[in-house]
Design a binder for this molecule. Structure first.
Ligand code: AMP
Length: 366
């Protein structure tokens, strides 16, 4: 199904990603309709229509389906019930339910990545203290315990270090503490990957199976939140090709339509290990707004609308830096910097840890 100019893309979620998707759609002569429970969502400012309702409001969802040509989403935790309801209405949702379902559960995600022959950290499913102990015996220490569902930006996870011996009271206490930290929820224990750097690939697959991959970005996280994404990444051509091959295989296996963000750890020998994927536009792809002719946002809209994908040519070197919390108070100073593109998301309340905007510093491609 192809959405013609003046057609409407429905977007579930109204955060900054929805806002940047809606802006890109408008540039292509497409309308957007945002569905989001928050009645002051950043995407509402720039969309043609908005519904402020809960994801289990079937009347509102029905009206939404009837008002749009195709539906996409800007966050991966769209409730399964909403997806099932949209399915009963034969709504077209891109990317599809499979990509969403797998990405919502870290265990399914790790199984999926291994099944296509790519590498992940060693892992073990954890449902109680016994399976946590069994997992530690299997993956070793240090390790990271993460909730299977609803984790993001380093939330819902805790580290278990290799101090203390297995049998000491302090160690047993640390394990109980870790289990409490993840809310005693079904979790996954991952071996700590001794990575040299982190990279991500932003890639897109069109309705006709065409795949386009942006240059890998090198990512630095602070307190579990993305701090900077830089292109080019300091990696070899071989490492870049390995990561691109994995991202392409994931897109094909998921029969995906839209943009995906795949995060990797790069090991000292140049090999790549998948951390996770996001079935949506991704924070580490924001540099494409200012570093490429066609951004990840436009590419996603093109894909879900059934348009041809663009070649993801990069014209500039770029360093994207997130503005978290009060960082955005510096907007005036940042706006005065040369070759710095400033993006603010229109959020009123600069809470600690909240993504308020980003800047991208560009230079001619080196
Ligand atoms: P996540 O929310 O799973 O993407 O984790 C946030 C960040 O924590 C990652 O970008 C890494 O910097 C770090 N991290 C997560 N899992 C691991 C792991 N298994 N080994 C090493 N570092 C990790």
């Amino acid at each position: 199904m192809i959405v013609q100019p003046n057609g409407t893309i429905g977007i579930l979620g109204g955060g900054q990603l929805g806002r940047m998707l809606a802006t890109a759609a408008a540039q292509l002569g497409l309308r957007t309709h945002i569905f989001c429970p928050d009645d002051r969502a950043p995407a509402f400012d720039v969309s043609s229509a908005a519904t402020s309702a809960s994801y289990d409001d079937e009347t509102a969802l029905t009206e939404f389906v009837n008002a749009v040509d195709v539906i996409t989403y800007e966050f991966e935790n769209v409730p399964a019930g909403a997806v099932a309801f949209l399915n009963t209405m034969n709504a077209i949702v891109r990317p599809g339910a499979k990509a969403l379902q797998i990405s919502q559960d870290r265990l399914l995600e790790k199984d999926f990545v291994n099944a296509i022959g790519a590498k992940t950290a060693d892992y073990h499913a954890v449902d109680n203290l016994d399976s946590l102990n069994a997992g530690l015996a299997k993956v070793g220490r240090p390790a990271i315990l993460k909730t299977r569902r609803l984790g993001y930006d380093g939330k819902g996870q805790t580290r278990i270090t290799n101090e203390d011996s297995d049998i000491s009271a302090a160690y047993q206490q640390a394990i109980k503490f870790a289990w409490a930290e993840v809310g005693a929820e079904p979790s996954i224990l991952e071996a700590y990957v001794p990575f040299e750097r982190e990279i991500s690939i932003i890639a897109a697959r069109g309705q006709n199976g065409d795949i386009q991959l942006y240059d890998p970005a090198e990512n630095v996280h602070v307190d579990g939140i993305l701090h900077t994404s830089s292109v080019p990444a300091s990696i070899s051509g071989r490492t870049a090709e390995k990561a691109k091959t994995v991202a392409g295989a994931m897109l094909n296996e998921l029969d995906y339509v839209g943009v995906i963000g795949v995060e990797f750890f790069v090991l000292a020998d140049g090999d790549v290990v998948v951390n996770e994927y996001a079935p949506r536009v991704h924070n580490s792809g924001h540099w494409t707004l200012d570093g490429c002719a066609v951004s990840q946002f436009e590419q996603h809209i093109r894909a879900v609308a059934g348009w041809p994908l663009a070649l993801p040519h990069r014209h500039s070197d770029a360093v994207m830096q997130n503005l978290i919390g009060r960082d955005s108070d510096r907007w005036r100073e940042l706006a005065a910097e040369q070759d710095t593109c400033i993006h603010l998301y229109g959020k009123c309340d600069a809470r600690a840890g909240r993504k308020m905007g980003h800047v991208t510093r560009i230079a001619p491609k080196g």
